[in-house]
Design a protein. Structure first.
Length: 565
């Protein structure tokens, strides 16, 4: 009876709580509605909402239902009419206009209508008009047209100054040179002020041509190189500061073009100066990549390419000994940078580690015969591959793989003439390196397991084939003093034993590639006996060969039978 009374009390209490909750809900809705309407409820100042308690996640029965697909965002179609009419039309026809103006000047000169000073004056006036029109278009937000007009004005100023100095001889070099520098500075100012990469590119190209647009009685290769190098440094700083990717690439490429032209026409046998300019450019690029990464991926590619081009320039320009000293200098530099960045910023390791590897590779190839140091280079390639894996650098791994496989191919092509020679040692290093490479492939965590297993199987087959070639070469060299029949017999028996070892190892470790290789080699050996050896060996040697091969084949079958059982 007491239990029934308690139950009734609980039910009454639950009803009261339900009513209170209902009233509280109505009150909250009222406060929210008045707050939305901008009114102030008398209880809103005293009532504060309780902190929200996170609800436990309840598995919904709709969990397995497919989620609604997000609407696919379609790329807006390119307005080709706008692209052609507003962007490319003025770019193309500004050059058409300039050519027409030059022809008009030429025609007027031919007919005696204007003399040379008037031509120069009209040229400068035309440049001023282009600047005025360009600035006006920029104010009206017609940026593409305005940039083309301003760029055309800079080109016109350079052409007119060139004509005034070289063609007509009206002013000396001492006036023309600062004038051209001023026009380039004006173009850079426009590019910076209007944040225009197109203007910067036009100005950059014009600046590189300045030494070719002036004529000096005593042309100096050193002056030419110093100007181009300083100009490149200024362009590089401008491109990094403004993050102008195209200017960065154009500045790099045109320095090489102009220096190459200068080396052809103005070198006077001073090629070392041009190589020093390329070295300075590479150092500029390296510093900008390490400490001013505005567009890191592009900078990494340019720095790496710059190193390769620099090595080519130095190899052509320097004698052997200075070239080797230059390469050693960069090797020490990149090793030091690798140690420094290994502890501080590992993101910079790919470039410096790769260039350190290429530096020492270049030095060794220059210093020694490649057939003598191929084994050492194979070890270097493996070490580079391993360091690239530690640093997480695919670039470094690619460089290491390139060195390894390239030098491995050189070793394979060169057969050793005698046992215990340097070429014999290179073969031993190559075969040993294949087992190390297998361990490294297993540690390539970025590679999928299926691809990794397939690559390891291919590598194992290559290893078995190389060991077979190595054994054949060794046996051939050992049996050279003996008769031909004994040499053939020894090679065949060696092949059969090697095949038997493959069958035994494959059966013991239940590894199919070894078993298949052993079986295949066993039948190849039998074919060699039948179709080749029988013509050169005596009946006694034939008997020995066939008995030996028969025993090996039966033992191999026994191994298979035992393994399967």
């Amino acid at each position: 009876m007491a239990d029934l009374d308690k139950l009734e009390e609980i039910e009454k209490r639950v009803d009261e709580l339900r009513k209170e909750a209902h009233e509280l809900k109505i009150l909250i809705h009222s406060i929210k509605r008045q707050a939305y309407m901008g009114e102030q409820h008398p209880l809103s100042e005293t009532i504060r909402p309780a902190p929200a308690v996170p609800k436990p996640e309840v598995p919904s029965h709709n969990q397995n239902q497919p989620k609604p697909k997000k609407p696919v965002q379609r790329n807006e179609s390119i307005d080709w009419e706008k692209q052609i009419g507003q962007v490319w039309l003025p770019r193309i026809f500004i050059f058409v206009l300039l050519v027409g103006v030059m022809w008009a000047f030429k025609a007027a000169s031919d007919y005696g209508l204007i003399n040379e000073p008037v031509k120069i004056l009209l040229g400068y006036l035309a440049s001023g008009l282009l600047i005025y029109l360009g600035l006006k278009q920029m104010k009206k937000k017609r940026n593409a047209l305005g940039q083309v007009l301003l760029g055309g004005s800079v080109v016109t100023l350079l052409i007119v100054t060139f004509a005034m100095h070289v063609l007509y001889g009206l002013v000396p070099f001492i006036i023309t040179f600062p004038l051209n520098i001023g026009w380039i500075a004006l173009g850079i100012y426009f590019a910076n002020h209007f944040n225009s990469q197109a203007l910067a590119v036009v100005t950059a190209i014009g600046g590189y041509l300045i030494p070719f647009l002036i004529e000096s009685e005593n042309p100096s290769a050193l002056t030419f190189i110093v100007f181009e190098t300083i100009y490149y440094g200024a362009l590089l700083a401008f491109a990094i500061r403004k993050k102008f990717n195209i200017v960065y690439h154009v500045a790099f490429a045109f320095l090489h073009f102009t220096l190459l032209a200068g080396a052809i026409f103005q070198s006077n046998g001073e090629l070392e100066l041009f190589a020093f300019a390329i070295i300075v450019q590479h150092l500029f690029l390296l510093v900008s990549y390490l400490y001013y990464p505005s567009f890191e991926k592009e900078q990494l590619g340019i720095v790496f390419g710059s190193f390769l081009v620099m090595v080519a320039w130095c190899r052509v320009s320097f004698q052997i000994v200075p070239f080797e000293w230059v390469v050693l200098f960069f090797f020490v530099l990149y090793v030091g940078l690798s140690i420094y960045f290994w502890k501080t910023r590992k993101g910079k390791l790919p470039a410096v580690l790769s260039m350190a590897s290429l530096s020492i590779l270049t030095y060794l190839i220059s210093r020694f015969q490649i057939e003598d140091i191929s084994g050492l280079l194979v070890i270097q390639g493996l070490l580079s591959l391993y360091l690239g894996m530690l640093a997480g650098s695919k670039l470094k791994q690619a460089v290491g793989a390139f060195i390894y496989f390239g030098c491995s191919y050189v070793i394979f092509l060169i057969q050793f003439e005698e046992i215990l020679s340097i070429q014999f040692l290179n073969w031993l290093i190559l075969i040993g390196s294949l087992f190390v490479l297998k361990l490294l492939i297993k540690r390539m965590y970025w590679m999928k397991e299926d691809a990794k297993d397939s690559l390891i199987k291919v590598l194992e087959v290559i290893t078995m084939l190389l060991i077979l070639v190595f054994i054949t070469l060794v046996v051939g060299k050992l049996t050279d003093p003996l008769s031909m029949s004994i040499g053939y017999m020894t090679i065949s028996i060696t092949w059969a034993l090697y095949a038997f070892i493959g069958i035994v190892v494959g059966s013991t470790k239940d590894y199919k590639p070894f078993r298949v290789f052993g079986l295949t080699l066993l039948f190849i050996t039998l074919g060699k006996l039948i179709f080749f050896d029988l013509s050169y060996v005596s009946i006694f040697i034939r008997a020995l060969l066939f008995m030996g091969l028969g025993v090996i084949g039966i033992l191999g079958s026994r191994v298979f039978y035992k393994s399967k059982k």
